[in-house]
Every structure is written in C-alpha cells, then in structure tokens.
Design a protein around this ligand. Structure first.
Ligand SMILES: *[C@@H]1O[C@H](CO)[C@@H](O)[C@H](O)[C@H]1NC(C)=O
Ligand SMILES: *[C@@H]1O[C@H](CO)[C@@H](O)[C@H](O)[C@H]1NC(C)=O
Length: 817
C-alpha cells in the first residue's frame, strides 16, 4: 500500500540517503576543550550513595533548591543539598512490595530482583504539603502521597486500580507526569504488557470527571517529557511513536508533541470522558540533505527570560536517528509560539478503517481548541478523526543547534546566562550514554564544548539530570547514586589567558583581583571573550613568553632526557623550541603524545628548551628547561633501579602524569650502533603500545640512563636506569608517533623476538595438540594460555619500564608559576 501522504521534506531525501548509506551529519561538534575523568581533583564532584540505596534515578528539586527528592528502588529519599559541597540524607521512606506481592510478580514470569522491586518513577509536588509518587511496585503500579514535612507515606500500600494508569508496570519503560493546580496529568502505558498508552487527567477537581483518550490515537509511543502552558491552559506531552502516516520497510518513528487542555471535561454524548482537545503534531529535527533525527530522547523546558512572554518558552530536545550506525545525536530547539501556531493551523483526517490520512477540507476553527464541552456531536465526530495537524513544528533556526557524530546524548538541561559584555548566552549540559556531561555554549558562530566531565563509569539503563539554577549545580541520578556537578569551576583556570581561552560564559578573569571567577552581572573589569577568545585584547598585561623561569635539568652525558610538557587543553597544539637550533629533527628528538620531548644528552643538545602551546592563535610558553651537564662522580651501578614516588603526589592533583613501571628483569647490555643511520626495523611490533628507541641517537657510547624531568616539580625528579633495549618497547605514543620512531628500531632483535615467538607458538600448539589428544581437563587452560600469549606478542615486553605517561586527558591545568 503506498503511503497516502508523503511529506516531501522527509521522504525522498531520506529514501535516497538510506540506500546510499549517507548518514554522517555535517558540522559536527568540536571536541571538548578540557576533559575531567573520574575522580578528578581539578573538577571535584559530590557523590551521594548509600549501601542500601539503589537506582536513585528519579529526581525532583524543591522550589528553593535546598532539597532534592529522589525516587529510588523501594524507597523515596529527601536529600539536603543546601550546601554545594555536601549532600546528606534528611529523610527516607521505605516503600517496598510484600513478599507475597514479589511472589505474584515472579509467578508472572518476572525476575524478583531485576523487575519486581518497587522502582519509584514518578515524583511530583502535589501541593504545598505533599508529594505525589508512583512506582512499578512488583509489576503492579502503586501510588501515594508523601507528607513532605514528616516524610511519611499516605496510601502507598493500597492496591488502587487507578494507580495502574498513572505509571508503567515495567521499571524500564518511561512515562511522564505533571501536576498543575493539584490535578495530575500523566502519559504512560497502562497494562502489564506495556501497551495501551494513555494521556490522562487524575484527581480532577470540582467534581469533574477524569479524562483520557483512546489508546488507538497513539502508536507505540515512548513518552519523554511534559510541560504546562498556564497562559493558554494547555499541557504538552513530548514523545516519539511509530508514524502511521508513512508506510515504510521499518517502522518509522516520529518525534511528536501532543496537546490537551487542562480544563477539558470531554463531550456530552460523543467523546464522553475523552479529551476534546487532544491533538498531536511532528517535531522536525534535520540537517538539510541528511536523514532526519527522528527519535526524541529528552526535552528540557527553558522558561522565557523574566518579563518576557510565555510564547518565548523554549524546548530543548535531544534527538537520535533510528538509522544511525554509530553514536550520533543532535539538539533542536522549539519555541512554544511555533507549537501553538501549528496546533491552531490545519488538520488531517484519519480514516480508521483504511488507516489513511487525508487533508481536512473546509473550515473547522474548533479543532485543537479548548472549551468544546458543549460542542455539537458532528463537531466532535470531526474532532475524533482530526487529531493530527497537517503542519509540523520546525526548530528555531531551521535545524539542530548541536549535531554530534561521536556522542549519543540522552539528556539535556539548559541555562541562560549573561556574558561579561551583557549579551545573553545559552549553556547546555548534555549527558552522554557513556557517562560524560558535556558543557556546551551556543555562540553566534557555532557551538563550543567548554568541558566534558565524567559522572559515572558504568553504562546506565535509567538515568536523569536536574539543573538547579539557584545553586548552580547539575544533579545526575543513576543506579550508582546522585552526583552533583557544579556548573563551572572558574578557579581551575589559573591565568588570564586560560580563563579567556576557556570561553566559558560563567567565568571571567577579574583584572582587579587577578583570578578567574564566576561572573557576576555587570561587573566592569572582567576579561572574557566568548566569541573569539582573544587573549591579546583581554589580558594585555599578561606576559607571553620567556619570563617563565627555566627549570634546571642536570644530566650526565649520554643520558636520555625526557622533558615534560602538559597541554593546557585538548585543543592546544604544542611546539618545542631550543636555544641551540631552530628545528629539532625527529631523528634526534622524540615527541610523545603526552607532549614530552625525549632526546639524548650530548654536547650538541645541552641548552634551553621551551614548550609552547598554541590555541586560537595565541601562543604561550608552558614549560621551559635548561638542560646542562653534571660532571659525573663515577656512576656506581648502571643496573640499579630506583623506585620513585608518583609524580603528582606532592601537589595534590590526581593526574597520572607519570606512571613508570620498573622492571626487575635482568637487562641486556647495549648493542646499539653508534651510527646515526636509521635502520630498517620492519613493522613487527604493531601490537606493542609505543616504541621509543634511542639506538641511533647516540653519536658515542650509550649508557643506560634516562632522566625524567617534570617542570611542575621544579627540576630533576625521577631518575631511571634502564637499558635502551627495553626502552624500545615502552611508551604509549599513538600510531603515528610510533611510525616515526620505528624507523630506528633494532631489526636484528625483532627478528630474534619474532623467531622466539614463533617457536613459542609452535610449542604451545604442539602442547595443545598433545593435551587435546589425551583429552584431559587441562585442555582449556593450555589453549587459553596460548591465545593470550599470542595476543601480547612477547612476555618480556610486558615487564618493560614504561617511559610515557598515559595520555594527558585528566586535566587542563598547566602549573605555570
Ligand atoms: C495536599 O494533598 C494531600 C493529598 O491529596 C491532601 O491530603 C492535603 O490535604 C493537601 N494539602 C493542601 C494544603 O491542600
Ligand atoms: C537498578 O540498578 C542496577 C544496578 O544497581 C541496574 O543493574 C539496574 O538496571 C537498575 N534498574 C533500573 C530499573 O534502573
């Protein structure tokens, strides 16, 4: 059956793109400027968790922002969040099904621990004294009121059949609920199988009847969010569903918003106890010439700026695409004004018998309107089949404000703020499926990802976020606990340049105080440039270069020197310069992915070294070293290994700047060639993470010492003595780095290693065959050992000292004193 209506804006390009497999979105999000991994001392988070509390996934913030109510597994909590640096438990109500109720749930084929607890999934303020809660309750939804003062449950254990149409049976299904003037509006599936969707009103006031709609008006919906428009007396429900206006190979999902009027009482004969105001429309979110982002995941309602009309309310929607092969998502913004306009526009007729849509002809001004309780039966008959608008809601600006082809966003929160120049900016907090919170600022010229903050480490089936604009905190609820993430940490930017380069609308450099600090409205002396990050202009007094005192590094002749340089941000590019020569040839100087520079100390390489970071056209020195020779007292034993402390311990950051493992294996003596010629090394070490080889760097004899210097710790810190052979297998440079240095590897050693490896594999295979022949139980073990060994290439490589530190993703800070 051909689709009766093909919206030209979606179908032809999507079909084309579908067949050509072109989905990649254009103009994808730039990488986050800085990254904070858990646990990060540079970006501290507050975690609330208790051993007997699980699945703290439903969050509700009190109006004053001092209390966070949490719907958990078999419990509802009230948390004190009035202090920004601590979350404490105030009260808790237990709310769990009885043993016999759990048994009943199990008898219906559900798992006692996974499905049958009471997962509290609706928590709403009922009135000034009570909260409303609804939970899955052993696949038999229960609801009740909680006295906010005493924090005790009223009615929670009663089997109220009505509760079954107020929240889902399955703890995995999403529903949405909103309370307006003491009446509860819900959108949920209403039976054990998770079908029969309904949008309905409960606890209806003034003796009026509760109303809902025929479940046939919704097609496998997944409810996402709801919002109230008090000025028009309407409620909006955001969801996605199967679009039955299309016939498609796959079930095509469509993002929707539905409306109902708050005071709708249904018709008198037709549509009794049914909405006369129910209508739905599509939300478009599409990059031109690309497949639409058709699956709505979350919606955040941003109220209009103070004094502005309610029509300026914005809805930030997170979308994914049902055709995505990888992580991909986008954010589209819809304006209440545009949604209202579509619902007051034209409608389509649905022919229930043939499941076909056609345009409504003639004028029917009552469609989508409130107050049809005394409408005629013929009008209500028309209402019954005309519940879909022919117009669609387009996003503000015509397309997504954020498109990410690397991230699967699931939740969004937004805040509006005023920058130092007085202009308003929007900051989005986007939660990824992998557990990061991305802070994204929408600039005139595009988006900028200020930072990414890891908030949980295990993938979460159910999670939620709530933004407290009064406290400046984003709360993330997961099965692990509740995490509070301050919206900004300005003091982490130590210099004016870093503060300005961050382009964080919430932070500015106070010229008078000389610190990066939270922006206070209309502050005059704040340095900030969100659009361009122009440091020269904003921080004129800041010295650019050279004034950074050089750290002295004293080394022996022919030691390998390693100079650290930490990237101030993920997007900064580092360059090393030397006083001795303009260029530092790759042959002699090895640049690691962590920014460090390694070379052999010779008469030619003593001198001053400077590491400069370039970001947004601004260069600054981040490290400076003076490498000089010490006149050696006789080297006692080149074979000794000195243990040394973790590099960062002494200044309190958590970054694994250096993690150097020390081998106790007997080192080999040097077999290096004195010549500077690169040797053919082959590519046999593909599986080994990073190679650094000093063999050709030495014009003279090579002793086996490496000096690791760390600017942050002012000077020579760690001294390792290792053989060059083992150096050849250490480090963690990325592939391109590896290729560069691999040219200089030992060919002969590799051949030997390969032969040994081949021999090992043969022996293991023979052993395996032998054991298999004997059909002993030892079979499994042997073959496991074999495969593991093969994967790691060579046992001895595992015990090699690692020169490189792990990639510096832990923090943005440079300690530039
Ligand atoms: C709030 O709602 C609860 C539950 O319906 C009710 O018992 C209580 O009296 C209400 N309180 C106020 C102040 O209306
Ligand atoms: C509850 O938490 C556990 C981990 O503690 C998780 O495996 C499970 O999926 C969660 N269930 C729900 C419904 O959130």
């Amino acid at each position: 059956m051909p689709p009766s209506i093909i919206p030209p804006s979606i179908m032809p390009p999507s079909i084309l793109l579908f067949f050509f497999g072109l989905l990649s979105a254009t103009g994808s999000l730039p990488p986050p400027r800085t990254t904070f991994l858990l646990p990060s001392a540079d970006r501290p988070l507050v975690l609330f968790s208790l051993p007997d509390i699980h699945n703290t996934t439903t969050l509700l913030l009190s109006d004053d922002g001092d209390t966070l109510y949490v719907g958990a597994r078999d419990a509802v909590l009230s948390l004190d969040v009035s202090q920004s640096d601590v979350i404490s438990l105030k009260k808790k109500v237990e709310w769990r099904p009885s043993d016999s109720e759990i048994k009943d749930c199990e008898n219906k084929g559900k798992d006692a621990t996974v499905d049958c607890p009471n997962f509290v999934r609706v928590l709403q303020p009922m009135n000034s004294t009570h909260l409303y809660a609804c939970g899955s309750y052993a696949y038999s939804p229960h609801d009740g009121f909680i006295d906010a003062e005493s924090f005790s449950m009223v009615d929670g254990q009663q089997a109220d059949t009505k509760a079954k149409v107020r929240c889902p049976f399955s703890p995995m299904q999403k529903s949405t609920a909103i309370i307006v003037d003491g009446e509860l509006f819900t959108a949920t599936t209403t039976n054990f199988r998770g079908v029969e969707p309904q949008i309905s009103r409960h606890f209806s006031k003034d003796g009026r009847q509760d109303v809902s709609q025929d479940s046939s008006l919704l097609e496998e919906p997944r409810f996402v969010s709801s919002a109230s428009d008090p000025s028009e007396g309407k409620l909006y429900f955001f969801f996605n569903e199967v679009g039955n206006e299309f016939s498609f190979v796959d079930k095509l999902r469509i993002a929707r918003v539905a409306q109902v009027c708050k005071d709708d009482v249904g018709g008198q004969r037709t549509l009794q106890n049914k909405w006369t105001s129910f209508a739905k429309t599509s939300l478009l979110c599409q990059v031109p010439k690309h497949l639409p982002f058709n699956v709505l995941r979350d919606v955040f309602t941003l109220p209009p700026p103070e004094g502005s009309d309610a029509a300026n309310t914005l809805f930030y929607g997170v979308f994914t695409s049902q055709w995505s092969s990888g992580p991909e998502s986008s954010v589209c913004v819809f304006k209440l004004q545009d949604i209202r306009a579509v619902f007051t526009g034209t409608y389509m007729n649905f022919d229930f018998q043939n499941q076909q849509w056609s345009t409504v002809l003639g004028k029917h001004p009552y469609l989508g309107q409130c107050g049809l309780n005394s409408a005629s039966d013929s009008e209500l008959e028309q209402v019954k089949k005309s519940f879909m608008t022919s117009g669609k809601v387009k996003p503000v600006g015509g397309g997504p404000v954020v498109v990410s082809s690397g991230q699967q966003y699931s939740h969004v929160a937004a805040l509006r703020t005023q920058a130092a120049n007085g202009n308003p900016y929007t900051v989005l907090f986007l939660l990824t499926e992998s557990g990061f919170l991305h802070k994204v600022v929408l600039l005139d010229q595009g988006v900028h990802v200020v930072e990414e903050i890891q908030v949980f480490s295990q993938p979460q089936l159910v999670k939620s976020i709530v933004l407290s604009s009064s406290k400046g905190v984003v709360y993330v609820g997961t099965s692990e606990g509740v995490t509070a993430v301050p919206v900004a940490r300005c003091s982490g930017y130590r210099t004016c340049s870093q503060c300005v380069l961050a382009r964080d609308p919430l932070c500015g450099w106070s010229r008078s105080a000389g610190v990066c600090t939270a922006l206070v409205a209309q502050q005059q002396d704040m340095a900030q440039d969100l659009e361009n990050g122009n440091v020269e202009e904003q921080c004129p007094g800041q010295t650019r270069n050279s004034l950074l005192p050089a750290t002295e590094v004293s080394v022996h002749l022919n030691e390998v020197v390693r100079l650290q340089c930490r990237k101030p941000s993920n997007v900064a590019a580092l360059t090393w310069t030397s006083s001795r020569s303009d260029s530092l040839p790759d042959k002699l100087f090895i640049r690691s992915a962590d920014g460090s520079l390694s070379f052999l100390a010779t008469h030619e390489t003593f001198g001053t070294y400077r590491c400069e970071a370039e970001e947004g056209g601004y260069r600054e020195t981040v490290a400076s070293y003076e490498v000089q020779q010490i006149v050696p007292p006789q080297i006692a034993s080149p074979r000794s290994f000195s243990p040394f402390p973790k590099a960062e311990d002494d200044h309190g950051t958590d970054e694994p700047f250096e993690e150097i493992s020390i081998s106790t294996e007997e080192p080999k003596t040097s077999t290096t060639k004195p010549s500077g010629e690169p040797e053919d090394s082959g590519m046999k070490d593909e599986g080994v993470p990073g190679t650094t080889d000093w063999s050709d760097a030495s014009p003279t004899d090579l002793t086996d010492e490496i000096v690791v210097a760390d600017k942050a710790n002012s000077g020579l810190k760690n001294e390792i003595k290792v053989t060059p052979e083992r150096d050849a297998w250490s480090g963690e440079e990325p592939a391109d780095e590896r290729l560069r240095v691999r040219e200089k590897s030992f060919y002969s050693e590799l051949v030997v290693v390969s032969l040994l490896l081949a021999a090992c594999v043969c022996v293991l295979i023979l052993a395996g065959i032998h054991v298999w022949r004997q059909r002993k139980t030892g079979l499994k073990k042997i073959s496991l050992v074999g495969s593991e060994d093969g994967g790691k290439t060579n046992q001895s490589m595992e015990t090699v000292p690692s020169l490189s530190s792990p990639e510096d993703t832990g923090g943005p800070e440079v300690k530039v004193e």
